[in-house]
Design a binder for this molecule. Structure first.
Ligand code: PLP
Length: 385
């Protein structure tokens, strides 16, 4: 089949996730335009939501990302090691982590409790720690609850006066921006504004106030402040799922997950398929073996439900998804081992999307791309170069 050529430029591969860096650049530019009075932080945590952290960060910088956002210290330090010299923000550390490495590398860090200020101050060698103070505005995850906010501010003022820290930001995170009309957004915004006023009353005037993730960057302009932090939209996926698909947001999904069939067989009516024989062929059927399973990050919950594209037709995964493989019902299609199957992609050529897989598994598009494991090679292409 001619599609064999499209799977890989040179050598045949079992499976691959192809990432279009032009789509990443397009999405970053789109997000910049949506929040044009604020700076833009592209969030690349969890290996760039499964797309590959370093190539995504490079493409994002090219398209004008002012900041790169990482969840954990290893990610932030790896970005510096890869040569990224721009502003990097990292917000999730635990006691005893090597903060001094991050401070020396000029990485902006978060503090949500006075003891975190103490740890940061203790990690300082030659330059002050750059700190963003986190207020918990209602999500009850990281950050200081409003009752403890003044104590955090006092600790920050003390260490700023000692010269060991520099307060650069005040920030928080929204629980419900995927539902822009939820009253939770307004409530969190109000709490955020109060926290800023309290900080100002203590003499803290932070340059970067930031609150907006993808949903808020796209739908809640009043949350943009000085900096927005979109993650999932960078990859062309909608934070709103099917309610507002990425095409309507002007975003282009960057990843296509493909595989070659490892085997094709004809089975008679009544044949049971995969562990537990949860699917039985209702009539003579052609089955294709896809060499990907939950060991690669496919969700087992999508057994008997996930869609794929084969030879221009939508087909369905039948039977349980195994660790390394799963079966697709090719009905009466002409098929041979080695033929290409597309699990998901932008959806522009009839293939399913990460949202379709999310529906099949009862999850969100974020999880579909982020869970893809290291066993799947990422291949980078550029549809515009
Ligand atoms: C993951 C994350 C983001 C990005 O969220 P998206 O919904 O993917 O845009 C922004 N800020 C913080 C603190 C995060 O953890």
């Amino acid at each position: 089949m001619s599609t064999l050529q499209s799977l890989s430029d040179d050598r045949p591969v079992r499976a691959e996730a192809v990432v279009d860096l032009a789509a990443i650049r397009h999405n970053v530019a789109t997000l910049r335009a949506r929040a044009d009075r604020a700076q833009l932080m592209t969030v690349v945590k969890a290996d760039g939501y499964g797309h590959g952290m370093i190539p995504v960060a490079r493409a994002a910088r090219e398209a004008g990302a002012d900041w790169i956002g990482a969840a954990v210290l290893e990610e932030a330090l790896a970005l510096r090691e890869a040569g990224d010299t721009g502003p990097i923000f990292c917000w999730l550390t635990t006691p005893g982590e090597p903060l001094s490495d991050a401070i020396a590398a000029g990485i902006d860090l978060s503090a949500g409790a006075p003891w975190e200020i103490d740890e940061l101050a203790a990690g300082v060698t030659d330059r002050p720690a750059r700190v963003h103070l986190k207020i918990d505005t209602g999500m009850s995850r990281g950050g200081a609850v409003p009752e403890e906010w003044p104590a955090l501010i006092r600790a920050a003022v003390r260490e700023q006066q000692s010269g060991r820290i520099e307060v650069r930001g005040i920030w928080s995170h929204l629980s419900s921006s995927d539902e822009p009309k939820s009253p939770a957004n307004e409530a969190q915004l109000a709490t955020f504004q109060e926290a800023i006023e309290v900080a100002e009353s203590f003499g803290i005037d932070a340059e970067f106030k930031h609150l907006a993730n993808s949903g808020a960057t796209l739908a809640l302009p009043e949350t943009h402040f000085d900096l927005v932090r979109p993650g999932v939209a960078t990859y062309g996926l909608s934070p709103f799922g099917h309610a507002l698909p990425s095409a309507e947001l002007g975003l282009r999904p960057a990843m296509t997950l493909k595989a070659r069939l490892a085997m094709v067989k004809r089975v008679p009516a009544g044949a049971g398929v995969s562990y537990g024989l949860t699917w039985t062929a209702p009539r003579p059927s052609t089955l294709g073996l896809i060499p990907l399973g939950y060991g690669d990050g496919l969700p087992r919950h999508a057994s008997n439900a996930a869609p794929v594209l084969f030879g221009g037709h939508r087909r369905t995964v039948v039977g349980r998804i195994c660790m390394d493989q799963c079966m697709v019902n090719l009905e009466d299609d002409e098929a041979a081992a080695g033929d290409e199957v597309v699990l998901f992609g932008p959806g522009t050529n009839g293939e399913p999307t990460a949202d379709d897989w999310a529906d099949a598994a009862g999850t969100i598009n974020y999880e579909i791309v982020t869970r893809l494991g290291a066993r799947i090679p990422r291949r980078y292409m550029d549809s515009e170069r």
